[in-house]
Ligand binder design. Structure first.
Ligand code: MN
Ligand code: MN
Length: 406
């Protein structure tokens, strides 16, 4: 005999009620439906994630020009595992989260006031964009030359692969920044940590190396307690610079937004590569600000894949992959976007506020090819023979390249 328990009834009623409520909500008038128009698609009564559908209108209702199968080219940091420590937090978007990103991995990190990212090094080079607050960064190169600097919003740093360094949050509220590593397989848990190595060296070897008694190392910290930990606020920048030690010949920091931007009719762009930030030999970038209604023009990059980080506003990007394949993605602040090598693309501001994002490349130099400029500089008869455009269109083609935002 089957016993009918109160618990069975509760589960049955709850599941039924949730499903019915979800279906009602999913068909509410202000909820978008996967219907491009009469005779295309249909309603989605649910189950469905309405918040995600609203955030991604071009996934739910792709433009009719979309076609074929492209890999996923978007990953939200909000979907990345969050790791919390006593001095802040960190999360990463690597090839494990965004499979297409072989050359680049990204990390979003927060250091509270005084919070230190432990002294460490890694196999990959590290490039960073400061999002908010201030940080003290330190490094030493293989020739024993020193680097200490303070960075703030819009500043960059670059630590070549294998160079030991640290980061500490300053001021009342520390800092937040984006880190870029020039290998998509990078893993935050695979960095070489000072405390981890100390823990794995016999005390008598340490004694020999540092010339102190072995019992000096009796109470080493647990490596899991460091990584990002609170520490006293540092002294002034001048006091922290080692006296009598030579500075690194190529400075590891750069004031990106102190550069004069390239100004166009639809926005502004700050481009930084090794031509003006010489140490940054494996990473180049553009910070792009697009006005409401404006667009990062149709273009592609002849040298590298593009890894994007959306800082503010709402955007949509269309990517053309040859062979009749095309796909459209939507982005909000905190999202990562991606464009595989040489694929044509545009990025529109679809919100009513300025939209800002970073284009990052594993390359010593920034380069893009503008569709507009290509056609404008090609004999008009040749372009007309291909596409049959009117004389008006041909006249409208701008003769002068607006390099970034049209
Ligand atoms: Mn690092
Ligand atoms: Mn691009």
């Amino acid at each position: 005999m089957t016993m009918f328990t109160r618990r069975d009834a509760l589960l049955t009623i709850t599941a039924g009620g949730v499903a019915a409520a979800a279906a009602t909500q999913a068909l509410a008038a202000d909820v978008p439906q996967p219907m491009r128009g009469p005779g295309f698609g249909g309603t989605d009564p649910g189950p469905r994630n309405v918040a995600l559908d609203i955030a991604n209108p071009d996934i739910l209702n792709p433009p009719p020009t979309d076609s074929g199968t492209l890999p996923n080219l978007r990953f939200a940091f909000s979907d990345a595992p969050m790791k919390q420590y006593t001095g802040g937090w960190t999360r990463q978007v690597t090839i494990r989260e965004l499979a297409v990103s072989k050359p680049i991995a990204g990390v979003n990190m927060r250091l509270n006031a005084g919070g230190v990212r432990e002294l460490h090094w890694h196999k990959e080079a590290e490039w960073s964009f400061m999002l908010s607050g201030r940080a003290r960064i330190t490094a030493v190169d293989a020739q024993g030359r020193n680097f200490v600097d303070d960075v703030g919003p819009g500043d960059l740093w670059y630590f070549p692969s294998g160079i030991p360094h640290s980061i500490q949050g300053l001021g009342d509220d520390g800092c937040e920044f984006l880190l870029i590593f020039d290998d998509g397989s990078f893993d935050e848990d695979s960095t070489f940590l000072l405390s981890d190595w100390f823990k794995h060296i016999p005390p008598e070897v340490m004694a020999k190396n540092f010339g102190v008694p072995a019992d000096t190392f009796n109470k080493l910290p647990d490596p899991s307690k460091l990584y990002i930990f609170p520490a006293p606020m540092p002294a002034s920048l001048a006091a922290d610079k080692a006296v009598g030690v030579e500075d690194v010949p190529q400075i590891f920091s750069h004031h990106m937004t102190a550069q004069d931007p390239i100004k166009t009719s639809g926005g502004r762009a700050w481009i930084t590569d090794s031509s003006i930030f010489p140490i940054s030999k494996t990473v180049s970038a553009a910070l792009v600000e697009v006005d409401p209604g404006a667009m990062r023009e149709l273009h592609w990059h002849p040298n590298a894949d593009e890894w994007q980080y959306y800082i503010e506003g709402k955007a949509r990007m269309g990517v053309f992959a040859a062979h009749g394949q095309s796909r459209t993605f939507d982005f909000s602040a905190g999202d990562v976007g991606y464009v595989p090598f040489a694929m044509g693309h545009y990025i529109e501001n679809i919100g009513d506020t300025p939209m800002r994002f970073l284009e990052v490349f594993k390359s010593s130099y920034f380069a893009d090819v503008s569709l507009d400029q290509w056609l404008a500089l090609t004999p008009p008869e040749l372009v007309e023979a291909h596409l049959g455009f009117s004389q008006d269109f041909m006249k409208a083609l701008r003769k002068k390249k607006e390099p970034v935002v049209g």
